[in-house]
Design a protein around this ligand. Structure first.
Ligand code: GLN
Length: 509
């Protein structure tokens, strides 16, 4: 295909998987300079998937024919000088985004047979920008989880390993398939969604950059709903700049989502190198949790020093309601989930298990279609919304949520951005924390407050744990001020100079 387009000799039969090591920015430049074709770049990634994914399980569905078709179309555009920002760039799409004609499961057995007749706005915009879709990435079922262990299509393995150990680790969740795919160089970037940390925590566990933009920045149209007042789409990639490029294509007003914000999309890429001179960075006292591992505290202090030496002013701040973040989140998110998931009744789409009557059919379908964590959330959500408990739990949680938002507003009167760790630990072993849901929920302690407040937050790879696993720092910004988040993240990235690579990845990348 590349031959027909470029008139050059046919590509060597072996896929050039070394191309998988490029960043999106580098690959876009290489494509434009015709150093390699989009078809070659896509073939390289498909070969990496072929070689690695039977082990990692980062994809639920791989679409090689579609990808090669899109790549060939990209080459045609490039040949006529008609390339756009992402023309020919191979991406993984979290299997929570509806893709027209391509099965979309939300990693749930209840949606196993579902092929959407329409496209989500975010993926439609990525396609318009020229991106190539390699396939649909694995996730926790309906994005409920922090480990990818709840997927109805099997867990995802983190391509990283502890030094001198081959214990299998989780990639984090819920966008764990997206993160594993990008870390293993099976995709150049990926879409994720973040309801309480699902972009940032897997980014931290897999040594990637990932941003949850301001609530309303990206359209939720066509994204399978988990908790509608919290869900936001965002990118995962290997550099801050790549995230800025991807978010630029994903963001923007959409009349089809009533909570989408009617705001112009800034040139995020330009913000990445803006620097932090004169910026005030807040350090919230309440994020220093009792029992926090020494290495997480040390990483945080390193981040503070880096920003200070780049000319930022460090300011101690207080976010007094931080300790209510997790309890509030684990009331609001299940409440909204229980209502959103009522639509899976075996009638309109997805799986159906027939029963003796209508109610019996509902019960059998939902009993067989949903996994244990999803059932737990539906039960919690139904309980906190039920008459008699609504005021005590749901309404109270909404009030405390308003206080958490106020904490951020008061802090942002004094500072331009906030620096915290992303997660309280490095990646843990597959199967760990499965016996106790509370332990699993504690993963989200640093990420849920920004979700509840709707403010943008990004995780940047900042160092390695003692065992050689990636650790991320989180940068939180004001509503719709992703530019400052990118500037601070860019400065951290440069100072951290994170070059370590995972144990499992594309050959030569
Ligand atoms: N881990 C959190 C949960 O299980 C967040 C998930 C998400 O952001 N989608 O709800």
């Amino acid at each position: 295909m590349s031959k027909a387009v470029t008139g050059k000799p046919a590509a060597a039969p072996a896929a050039r998987t070394e191309l998988c090591g490029l960043t999106i920015a580098q690959a876009a430049a290489g494509l434009e300079a015709r150093k390699f074709s989009a078809v070659e770049l896509t073939r390289a990634h498909l070969a990496a998937i072929e070689a690695l994914d039977s082990r990692l399980n980062a994809f639920i569905t791989v679409t090689p024919e579609l990808a090669l078709e899109q790549a060939a179309a990209a080459d045609l555009r490039l040949a006529t000088g008609d390339g756009r920002t992402l023309t020919g760039i191979p991406l993984a799409i979290k299997d929570l985004f509806c893709t027209e004609g391509v099965r979309t499961t939300a990693a749930s057995r209840i949606l196993e047979p579902f092929t959407p007749p329409y496209e989500s706005t975010v993926t439609a915009q990525l396609k318009d920008s020229g991106a190539v879709f390699l396939g649909k990435a694995n996730l926790d079922e309906f994005a409920m989880g922090s480990s990818n262990m709840t997927s109805g299509f099997g867990p995802v393995e983190n391509p990283w390993q502890r030094r001198g150990s081959n214990v299998k680790l989780v990639p984090g969740g819920s966008s764990g398939g997206s993160a594993a795919a990008v870390a293993a160089r099976m995709a150049m970037g990926a879409t994720g969604t973040d309801t309480g940390g699902s972009i940032r925590q897997p980014a931290s566990f897999c040594g990637l950059a990932g941003i949850k933009p301001t609530y309303g920045r990206c359209s939720r149209y066509g994204i399978v709903a988990f908790a509608s007042s919290l869900d936001q789409a965002g990118p995962l990639a290997r550099t801050v700049e790549d995230c800025a490029i991807l978010l630029g294509a994903m963001a923007g007003f959409d009349a089809k989502d009533s909570t989408s914000a009617e705001r112009p999309v800034p040139y995020f890429r330009g913000a990445v190198t803006a620097g932090v001179r004169g910026k005030r960075i807040g350090i919230p006292a309440e994020y220093r949790m009792p029992g926090m591992p020494e290495e997480i505290e040390a990483l945080w202090q390193r981040g503070v020093r880096w920003l200070k030496s780049e000319g930022a002013e460090i300011v101690d701040i207080s976010l007094p309601h931080t300790k209510y973040g997790l309890p509030v989140y684990y009331i609001v998110a299940p409440a909204e989930a229980s209502s959103n998931l009522a639509r899976y009744d075996g009638v309109r789409f997805g799986a159906r298990i027939d029963g003796e009557d209508l109610i019996d059919m509902y019960e059998r379908t939902r009993a067989a279609g949903f996994g244990a964590e999803v059932k737990r959330r539906i039960m919690i959500g139904t309980y906190v919304l039920s008459a008699g408990y609504y005021d005590a739990y749901y309404l109270k949680a909404q009030k405390v949520r308003a206080l958490i938002l106020r904490d951020f507003e008061q802090a942002f009167a004094k500072v331009d951005a906030i620096l915290t760790p992303t997660a309280p630990s490095a990646a843990f072993g597959m199967g760990e924390k499965m016996d106790d849901p509370i332990k699993m929920y504690l993963n989200d302690v640093f990420t849920v407050p920004a979700s509840l407040a709707g403010v943008p937050a990004m995780s940047v790879p900042a160092g390695l744990s003692e065992e050689g696993l990636p650790l991320g720092l989180q940068v939180i910004g004001r509503h719709f001020d992703e530019e400052t988040v990118f500037a601070v993240s860019g400065a951290l990235e440069q100072a951290a100079d994170f070059r370590s690579k995972p144990a499992v990845m594309a050959k030569g990348a």
